[in-house]
Design a protein. Structure first.
Length: 161
């Protein structure tokens, strides 16, 4: 068992940690402090810690409109991948998505992040779109999961809040 702690972003220090992980994982969409501050007011943003070590972060965007689609993004620093931390972050975000009434979950992954794509596909996400943003050259992949169609099982992690 792994003792992972997931906490909502609260205060400037935690926001900077969240931003650090985000910017390491998705450098083409690196955020400024101002960008991150604006998002913390709209989204559920959390950091994951193993002891005092920051291992990852997550974002849950609430549904827009009446389609019931919630965006859940889990990010794990490369050195901590393969230990179940992404699964814990994802499951935590998915639980919050269900509280928000989600009927489906979407996520977005840089195409070069093969670990992230495999992670999403193993959980039942299906690719819905590939694109390059107008001002960029990096390929992005949008994936979607209809709730109720998730594969069973998952790692047994203890997550403390």
């Amino acid at each position: 068992m792994t003792d992972l702690r997931i906490e909502p972003v609260d205060g400037d220090a935690m926001l900077e940690q969240w931003r650090y992980v985000h910017n390491v994982i998705v450098p083409p969409a690196a955020m400024s402090v101002e960008d991150a501050r604006e998002r913390v007011g709209r989204y559920r943003m959390e950091n994951a810690y193993l002891g005092d070590e920051l291992v990852g972060c997550s974002t849950v965007r609430p549904p827009v409109g009446e389609d019931g689609v919630v965006t859940v993004i889990a990010r794990v620093l490369p050195v901590y991948r393969g230990r179940g931390f992404g699964a814990a972050l994802y499951e935590n975000g998915l639980a919050h998505a269900r509280v928000l009434g989600a009927r489906a979950v979407e996520t977005c992954v840089l195409a070069v992040n093969v670990d992230g794509l495999r992670f999403a596909e193993r959980r039942g996400f299906v690719e819905t779109d590939r694109y390059v943003l107008d001002d960029g050259s990096d390929e992005w992949v949008d994936l979607r999961l209809e709730l109720g169609r998730e594969p069973a099982g998952g790692p047994g992690l203890v997550v403390r809040h």
